[in-house]
Design a binder for this molecule. Structure first.
Ligand SMILES: C[S@@+](CC[C@H](N)C(=O)[O-])C[C@H]1O[C@@H](n2cnc3c(N)ncnc32)[C@H](O)[C@@H]1O
Length: 230
């Protein structure tokens, strides 16, 4: 497994920040509000300059490279422009960025082009944008060497979909998820119930990847955990 490289992190952070600024200049208020309000310094008073990577993006990639020796693939669900997938693929691990919004897949492809041109042309082979509403086609991109990652996403789901979202985790070697924003905002009790549901599908106890308090960099409080498949 390659070692985490802070030089790669710094270059990726700068390139993605410049990319988001350019997308904002071109799209204005049409730029997805997640990026408009959280990453662009002009709209986020907690930032002194625009960021390309959130603190949890860096922490998740560092964790996978350091603590997941089984990993042969990184799959990011609700990836947006797929910052984590780009960062880890630039370290050498194959990555898939999965998103259900066509405009986000287009941005993901533009970002991949830019990073391939400026940092490493091998990115075009190692990072794959996937248009899907997880878990619909999960069998096609999740396997036993996969770290399946849900950084932060919200969606309206039916009870049947909720079961399939969890059942498909069984295909992966490990999962990383945001406890507070896993498909919907969850109370501490709901988070514990979610962990029990995941563990009942054959996963070890959770290990903390990263946590932060309210308002840190403009991101609301959250806790990111890893569970290894037994
Ligand atoms: C808040 S953004 C997060 C972007 C990025 N992961 C980050 O943390 O900066 C959530 C993304 O999840 C996507 N999404 C929501 N439900 C999804 C699903 N079931 N499958 C794939 N993508 C989904 C949305 O289109 C959106 O781009």
């Amino acid at each position: 497994m390659p070692a985490y490289d802070e030089n790669i992190e710094a270059r990726v952070d700068r390139e993605i920040a410049a990319f988001l600024e350019e997308e904002y200049a071109a799209q204005g208020e049409d730029l997805y509000q997640w990026y408009r309000y959280k990453f662009i310094a002009a709209n986020n008073k907690r930032l002194t300059s625009t960021i390309g990577l959130a603190h949890y993006d860096k922490a998740i990639v560092r964790f996978v490279l350091q603590a997941c020796p089984f990993a042969t693939r990184f799959v990011e669900i609700g990836a947006g422009v797929a910052q984590e997938s780009m960062l880890i693929a630039l370290h050498g691990l194959p990555a898939f960025g999965v998103d259900t919004t066509p405009a986000h897949i287009e941005m993901m492809k533009r970002l991949r082009e830019r990073l391939a041109e400026r940092l490493d042309s091998g990115l075009l082979e190692r990072m794959t944008p996937v248009y899907d509403w997880y878990p619909n086609r999960a069998e096609e991109y999740v396997d036993a060497g996969t770290v399946l990652v849900f950084p932060t996403l919200s969606a309206s789901t039916t009870p049947e979909q909720d079961i399939k979202i969890l059942d498909m985790m069984k295909l992966a070697g490990g999962v990383i998820l945001s406890m507070e924003h896993f498909f919907r905002t969850r109370t501490p009790e709901q988070q514990e119930a979610l962990l029990s549901e995941i563990r009942s599908r054959g996963f070890d106890k959770p290990v903390e990847v990263f946590a932060w308090g309210n308002g840190d960099m403009g991101f609301s409080a959250n806790r990111i955990v890893f569970l290894k498949r037994l």
